[in-house]
Design a protein around this ligand. Structure first.
Ligand SMILES: N[C@@H](CCC(=O)N[C@@H](CS)C(=O)NCC(=O)O)C(=O)O
Length: 209
């Protein structure tokens, strides 16, 4: 009997999907996940995704028995617990710092998406204050990571680091104007080394729908 694979509503442009795929590679389960390429946009809810996730967000993972698991933080933790023996989240009190950093980096990514949506509006419809506030928030998040001595120095590649590598690569991919390396030399050095991990190399962003 062949086992039905897990399926993932997927896009090569989504930073939240990329986190999940990095984790899938880290815990050696990427080949058991069938990626279903979908196009999503906040202004155009995707009916196919909504059949599994009521709000139509990706990533959404559908398990072998049809159960849907979302959002990206939950999917990452699910894959790590089921296939990785929980190695991406420390079992010590440090786990709260890892989870908080992961949540902060996700908020940074959500801010990046807000910025991009605003920037895509016709110039005379843009709200400059939204773009200014987004830039400020992103810079503040990067500053916190740059200053956080407990981040990135550990030999272990933890879930906050998965989120950071996906987020920094996303800034390079979509928001080069942030020029994040200019103010984050330590983070930049860490990023260059994390970017060489096979899980990161295997999941690069591609601008294709
Ligand atoms: N908090 C969610 C955010 C996911 C998210 O915003 N995904 C975007 C793609 S990058 C999406 O599905 N956008 C379509 C929409 O908002 O309808 C997660 O971590 O999974």
């Amino acid at each position: 009997m062949t086992t039905k694979p897990m399926t993932l509503f997927w896009s090569s442009r989504s930073p939240f999907v990329r986190k999940v795929m990095i984790v899938a590679h880290e815990v050696n389960v990427a080949d058991r996940i069938e990626a279903i390429r979908v196009a999503v946009h906040p202004a155009n809810p995707n009916a196919e995704v909504m059949a599994s996730h009521p709000l139509g967000k990706i990533p959404t993972l559908v398990l072998e028995d049809g159960t849907a698991v979302f959002d990206s933080q939950v999917i990452c933790q699910y894959l790590d617990e089921r296939f990785g023996n929980g190695r991406l989240i420390p079992s010590t009190a440090e786990k709260w710092a890892v989870r908080s950093r992961h949540a902060m980096i996700d908020a940074l990514l959500e801010t990046a998406l807000v910025w991009r949506l605003e920037a895509a509006r016709p110039e005379d419809h843009r709200q400059p204050n939204v773009m200014t506030a987004s830039r400020l928030r992103i810079q503040s998040g990067l500053k916190a990571l740059e200053a956080d001595r407990s981040f990135g120095v550990s030999a272990d590649f933890t879930l906050d680091q998965v989120a950071a590598v996906a987020a920094l690569a996303y800034l390079d991919f979509r928001l080069g104007e942030v020029a994040w390396r200019e103010h984050a030399p330590r983070l930049s050095e860490w990023f260059d080394s994390a970017s060489r991990r096979p899980s990161v190399v295997a999941t690069t962003y591609v601008d294709a729908s």
